[in-house]
Design a binder for this molecule. Structure first.
Ligand code: PLP
Length: 409
């Protein structure tokens, strides 16, 4: 693979401000999970020859130059001691959401967090008891299963309904489950489908949660890469009662490709619950800032908007490319167009049956590693998730390999 020198911005980036998202970088040297094809050292590795990694959700792009420059400055300073956030940190978060999504959370509602999933775990431990039911809507980001079951809570799965290659809510079943639940873990926008939930859909969910006294944990990590006109509606902005019962989890990590320098922010409007959550986080020593994570968040949110706008156009181009390519050259695969995120959910159910496991088929026969839909729970069988947060030449290479593998069937 021909790779560029990551230490230098291209001339285009320096002079014109145009970012060269087509450039391919070698990520192996810094322990990339995606390119090792292994989530961590305790998980199985996907073995295969010369694998193209289009699975886990980080991107193969450099972060905005402003972020890199500031982190470099901090790295050069060389003293990586304990770090605190000052009030400006929260103003930066508030201002980002006000500018990008028309949502201006009260400054006092904001709590810092090391990342999204540890905060979700802290919420479940604080506001539910072992054995309490927690609803998720599958197919869904699989760590939701782990965080619920791993903390001894009862997993309640409301399967989404697939209609005309879009997911719809099953409100009837949601209401049935709600009668025995304490919390609902909402993914907005939805991973793996990239669906942005509408105001009507969220209001319908809120009405049921209100009826049964259910808390709503909303994970909005994918909200910033908006590929359609659908606005991102923050659950707590629906109404006062929605704000009272909800926890909004946000992070710049997907948006600006900062998963390795993590930081997150949680908005909790209800004061008592906010204090209770903070107490759990303090008891788990989760509140101290990470030296690089804090900085990355602040610089990204305050200066990264032009980069994000370019990135969003590029990702939109990649999605169009996948849809056209699939139509022309990937028989048996139907992509779902995402409203947001850099993920494309591919319906390959017929093919999956034919080859006895479509994810393994593409690893073995195409040298392409995609996420197996089964991981996402009920309704994910026969699907695969493609990460298009990568240079188009690499994406093209992957799709061509997949096409050739299908031709050989
Ligand atoms: C929906 C969703 N939530 C949370 C995460 C992970 O967040 P964090 O790394 O901040 O725990 C991901 C990463 O893929 C995700 O897709």
């Amino acid at each position: 693979m021909a790779c560029a020198d990551a230490s230098q911005p291209t001339v285009a980036e320096r002079n014109v401000g145009m970012i060269d998202f087509d450039r391919i970088y070698d990520r192996h040297q810094f322990g990339s999970v995606k390119w090792a094809n292994q989530w961590d050292e305790f998980s199985p590795r996907v073995e295969g020859e010369d694998l193209l990694s289009l699975w886990t959700a980080d991107m193969d792009f450099r972060a905005p130059e402003t972020v890199i420059a500031r982190l470099r400055e901090a790295a050069d300073h060389g003293i990586y001691g304990y770090t605190r956030r000052d009030p400006r940190h929260y103003e930066i978060v508030q201002s980002w959401f006000a500018r990008r999504h028309g949502w201006s959370p009260a400054l006092e509602s904001l709590l810092p967090a090391p990342a999204i999933m540890p905060s979700v775990a802290a919420m479940l431990r604080t506001f539910t008891k072992p054995g309490d039911g927690v609803i998720v809507q599958s197919p869904i980001y699989s760590p939701y299963f782990e965080v619920i079951q791993g903390n001894g809570r009862k997993l309640l799965v409301n399967r989404l309904r697939l209609q005309d290659n879009r997911y719809e809510l099953d409100l009837e079943n949601f209401a049935k489950l709600a009668a025995g639940a304490k919390a609902f873990l909402l993914c907005n926008p939805h991973n793996p489908a990239g669906k942005v939930w509408t105001r009507q859909e969220l209001t319908a969910l809120n009405d049921i949660c209100e009826r049964y006294g259910i808390l709503v944990i909303s994970d909005d990590i994918h909200c910033d890469i908006r590929l359609s006109d659908r606005p991102h509606i923050v659950f707590s902005s629906l109404s006062e009662d929605a704000a009272e019962k909800s926890f909004i989890c946000t992070a710049p990590t997907k948006t600006f490709n900062l998963a390795g320098v993590p930081s997150a922010t949680v908005s909790v409007a209800n004061k008592q619950r906010r204090e209770a959550l903070l107490a759990t986080m303090q008891a788990s020593f989760m509140v101290n800032a990470n030296f690089f994570g804090r900085l990355a968040l602040e610089v990204a949110y305050s200066t990264g908007a032009p980069w994000l706008d370019q990135l969003t156009r590029y990702i939109g181009g990649n999605v169009d490319f996948v849809l056209k390519f699939a139509e022309d050259r990937l028989p048996g695969i139907t992509p779902m167009r995402p409203d947001a995120s850099f993920l494309v959910w591919l319906d390959a159910r017929g093919l999956d049956r034919k080859v006895g496991g479509v994810q393994r088929f593409f690893v073995d026969r195409a040298g392409v590693n995609l996420y197996d839909g089964r991981v996402y729970g009920p309704g994910g069988e026969g699907f695969i998730r493609l990460n298009v947060g990568c240079p188009r030449p690499l994406l093209r290479r992957g799709l061509e390999r997949m096409s050739r593998a299908l031709e050989s069937l």
